[in-house]
Design a protein around this ligand. Structure first.
Ligand code: ADP
Ligand code: MG
Length: 313
């Protein structure tokens, strides 16, 4: 198996007086062909993790290997060829496109960063990339303001795929879209995965998306990965960390789309404080004991491919 990303003890703190532990001691890996879902409430460090492995932020501590190379001390110049293989699809796709360029020009620009082609070859590749995501190639002549939300997110995906990257980070790719369109975009992501062998890091609030597109899951709480599973089958029944259980319990069976993680825990803001010792979840945990305040739980394997960081595990 080819490991696309491997982090060891990855840490990112913000601030000087008041430290925000955005990512804390995260050791994760993404294998080729096994898309990873990163889930957790807003503020749990998901986007920061994505920015770290993309080289957009420098870590406070720990290490990152991207496509088998250490990113430690890597220069912009060394990073450049690696960026070709790592593309990002952001939540608000509109901002990705310059309003003064046509969609086709924007896609061509990404291509031209890495490949010297003739004008007709650029045109062909742009058309092909739009067809791949189910858009009519004539949309290349339009501006972002002339596209619907769904078309815009498809164009965004087309742009991310035009260089045939190995890894595509999708940060909440459907959360700004209407429910009616979300399913279509997820279908598209899945189809692209099957057809072009792309691997995703899918950051999502919506747990119902996970088994659809991903083969592995990491659950984050306040910068920590509290649980990891290398399969997504019957995931709701298999998670054991009290935080993961809380997330999964709060999805009503009838229509899982109706609720997301943000609404899952009805928690007093006070319990959201970051703790510096012990288990990060202990203030909200119904099972917290003395040891949870004293010692940070190590991540232990409770069954093959299933890691849990909890003193009860
Ligand atoms: P998520 O994507 O899971 O919602 P983020 O990674 O965006 O979480 O944020 C994690 C924490 O780090 C939050 O408390 C956020 O306020 C903080 N944070 C993120 N980026 C910065 C920054 N540039 N400066 C200061 N704090 C930040
Ligand atoms: Mg985020």
């Amino acid at each position: 198996m080819e490991t696309l990303v491997r982090t060891e003890g990855l840490t990112k703190h913000y601030g000087i007086k008041h430290i925000v532990r955005a990512v804390e001691d995260v050791s994760l890996h993404i294998e080729r062909g096994r898309s990873l879902a990163l889930i957790g409430e807003s503020g749990s460090g998901k986007t920061t993790f994505a920015r770290l492995i993309s080289g957009l932020e420098k870590p406070t501590g720990g290490s990152i290997e991207l496509f088998g190379k250490s990113m430690d001390g890597m220069s912009e110049k060394e990073l450049r060829p690696m960026r070709r293989d790592l593309q990002i699809v952001f939540q608000s796709s509109g901002g990705v496109f310059d309003p003064g360029y046509t969609i086709g020009e924007s896609i061509r620009e990404v291509l031209a960063n890495y490949e010297k082609l003739s004008a007709s070859e650029y045109e062909e590749r742009t058309i092909e990339s739009l067809r791949r995501v189910g858009l009519d190639p004539s949309l290349r002549l339009r501006y972002v303001s002339q596209l619907s939300g769904g078309q815009c997110q498809r164009a965004n995906i087309a742009r991310a795929l035009v260089l045939a990257p190995k890894l595509v980070i999708c940060d909440e790719p459907v959360s700004s879209l209407d429910y009616s369109i979300r399913k279509q975009i997820l279908e598209l992501l899945r189809e692209i995965q099957d057809r072009y062998g792309v691997t995703y890091l899918l950051i999502t609030h919506d747990l119902s998306n996970v088994p659809y597109v991903c083969q592995a899951v990491a659950i984050m709480y306040q910068g920590h990965v509290v649980e990891y599973l290398d399969s997504t089958e019957r995931i709701g029944e298999r998670v054991t960390h009290p935080y993961s259980r809380l997330l999964y319990r709060s999805i009503p069976a009838a229509d899982p789309r109706q609720r997301t993680i943000a609404e899952a825990g009805d928690t007093a803001a006070d319990d959201m404080r970051q703790v510096e010792t012990g288990c990060p979840f202990r203030l909200r945990c119904p099972h917290a004991r003395d040891i949870c305040a004293r010692e940070k739980p190590a991540s232990v394997m409770t069954e093959p491919g299933h890691m849990v960081a909890c003193h009860r595990a």
